[in-house]
Write a protein that binds this ligand. Sequence first.
Ligand code: URA
Length: 240
Amino acid sequence: MAINTSRLDRLISDLCQINRKKVRLILAQKRVYVDGVLAIDIAQIVDQFSYVVMDDEVLQENQPHYIMLNKPIGVVCATKDEKHKTVIDLLAGHFVQEIRDSLHIVGRLDLNTSGLVLLTNDSRWSERLTSPEHKVSKCYQVTLENPLTAEYIDAFAQGMYFPFENITTKPAILHIVSSFEAQVSLTEGRYHQIKRMFGRFRNPVIGLHRHSIGQLSLDESLKCGESRVLSVTEVDNIGN
Ligand code: URA
């Protein structure tokens, strides 16, 4: 998801349908404020959430939205789907269409994976959470068909080579909870990553549930399919 930034003169030109020469004049006449501060620099970088006022008229006031959802198995992490219910469909009745239409999914889960899914219209925030450089951990509870052994721990920590993408997975932490259950923590999200990693041991994953992303855990009061808005503290602290 591209980050929505623009030069101030371009934004005003687009919003007001006037040419950039006129915008330059308007800025020089000190008629524009961005986030409450006088703006005179044509090259000032603004984004989709910058609050832009010209001559006391609000030109742009988009609000960021941050939502957590407890995704059930059988619901697809997509905005539209012909066959399955989508995570966006689950928000109907709780969030107006204008908000639902603005959202994207922060790190998808497979159709048969349940648990914590985040949705937002703030691409800067979602990029920070999903890019491997930021090393934000995503923690999963995994149920396996066959018993686990201690050798899995090393293999996950060392990383596995995926020839299709020609990458080696980043170090992952595997904690054995019981013979058939593990907690896995990843800092990236490759296609079917957990299933493929256990696949190296010919051990099929029969249950997969994401319970946290960074500092944020799935709210236990949310039933399957339910969602809620994140608090300001949750939004700010998740990646720390
Ligand atoms: N790994 C998987 O295999 N599936 C998911 O949904 C998430 C991580």
